[in-house]
Ligand binder design. Structure first.
Ligand SMILES: [Zn+2]
Length: 419
């Protein structure tokens, strides 16, 4: 699937909140080390999708005022509204009805604060020296993709992103990303991210130079921040082995010419397109996500359970419960589980996806006749969609071709339906 239908419009009193297609985001962020202030100028070009109404997109930063097509609006005219996705999944709705299929330009200026999303981290100012900043995304809580820092759409929307970053008044910094970086001057960069990226794709790490070490070999950039005591060279060898194994087992790599891994202290693990920021123990899991999760991407946030469940089943994942490649009959007697939140504005991956989701794959593997059959089925599914989007429904159809019993398991342990 190469494009994903937007979620439906939602009535809000007399207004109608409508989805948009974000085409391009351009932003400049200037970190003033002496003042410990990060000023953002961002522009968004978008097209209203399908209905006349008030456009919905997101940004988890305070906005005092903004310009829409050059006209000034107060910040309240860009307020969070629950469109049915539940607590934390609010979208910001621009309080100005626009015509279906019309194209617009939103200009925002603000100072970066700790994003208004569960588990987000503040900017790490280092007095006199600079700033520690990284996107630090998460699937587990709504609003934890690019919208934490910059205006963005739901994760099914592809858009161009150009980001300029400048650090003023600090020592030398290093910027690492999974885009194409250009050094515009000392402590000044711009990064072009591929147009196929969505809000869950881009990775960026900015650190004072003395707090990060990196190695570059063909096909692989590895780095570690000061909190990590990892052996960079040993990790490089492990990552090369996992990349080669995943490619031969599941199919082609779709993220350009290299993988980027920034090693972190304990507790960290997040996947990006062809990249990760992770503690050593999570790296195998995160490398795997460059096939499942970011090589094929969830068509909606609600499809995100697939990649956590499957990655937990298939790697030596710290979140797995059964052994990897488990094969175990799953009866229809256990309590139902919701891994796919049904509302199209829902924006999180249920935490049960790791444990209950990998048990589900163990059960499917049992139906399919074993772990090799399970891997072969998923490799075929990956190859069919590599570089594109995947859905829960599509996965169920793919697997039920091999054993019709899959559908009963999906009904109960993905959609949470009892008898
Ligand atoms: Zn994961």
């Amino acid at each position: 699937m190469d494009s994903v239908a937007p979620p439906p419009p939602v009535p809000l009193g007399s207004r109608l909140a409508v989805p948009v297609d974000v085409e391009r985001v351009e932003a400049r962020i200037t970190f003033d080390v002496a003042a410990q202030v990060a000023a953002v100028e961002a522009t968004v070009e978008f097209v209203v999708q399908g209905y006349d109404g008030c456009p919905a997109l997101d940004l988890r930063q305070p906005v005092d005022s903004f310009l829409l097509d050059g006209q000034k609006f107060p910040g309240e005219a860009f307020s969070p509204e629950d469109l049915g996705g539940g607590p934390g999944s609010e979208m910001r709705v621009i309080d100005d009805p626009l015509a279906a299929w019309s194209r617009h330009r939103l200009e925002l200026r603000y100072q970066l604060a700790t994003p208004a999303a569960e588990g987000s981290a503040p900017l790490g100012w280092v007095a006199g020296a600079g700033v520690r900043w990284d996107f630090w995304m998460s699937d587990l809580h709504p609003g934890r993709y690019l919208e934490m820092w910059l205006p963005a759409n739901l994760c099914e929307d592809r858009f161009q992103l150009k980001l300029e970053v400048a650090v003023e008044g600090g020592g030398p910094h290093v910027l690492i990303s999974n885009g194409t970086e250009y050094q515009a001057g000392p402590n000044e960069w711009w990064v072009d991210y591929p147009a196929a990226f969505t809000s869950l794709s881009p990775m960026l790490v900015l650190r004072p130079e003395e707090e990060i070490e990196q190695r570059r070999i063909p096909g692989l950039v590895t780095a570690k921040v000061a909190e990590s005591d990892a052996d960079l060279e040993a990790n490089e060898a492990d990552i090369k082995a996992w990349l080669a194994c995943n490619e031969s087992r599941y199919g082609r790599w779709v993220h350009g010419d290299h993988f980027t891994c920034v090693l972190w202290g304990p507790g960290r693990g997040m996947e990006y397109d062809g990249a990760t920021t992770a503690a050593v123990g999570a790296v195998e899991h995160e490398v795997f996500h460059s096939w499942f999760g970011r090589g094929v991407k969830p068509a909606r946030a609600s499809d995100g359970w697939i990649d956590e469940a499957w990655t937990s089943w298939a790697t030596n994942s710290r979140r797995r419960e059964l052994g990897r490649f488990a094969v175990e009959e799953l009866s229809l007697e256990e309590p139902p589980v919701v891994l796919y939140p049904p509302n199209p504005w829902s924006r999180h991956t249920p935490i049960e996806s790791y444990r209950e989701g990998s048990r589900l794959f163990a059960g499917v593997a049992h139906l399919l006749g074993g772990a090799p059959q399970m891997r072969t089925a998923m490799a075929a599914w990956y190859q069919e969609h590599a570089g594109g989007f995947v859905t829960t429904e599509g996965l169920e159809l793919h697997l039920r071709e091999r054993n019709a019993g899959v559908s009963a398991l999906f009904r109960r342990y993905v959609h949470g339906q009892g008898e």
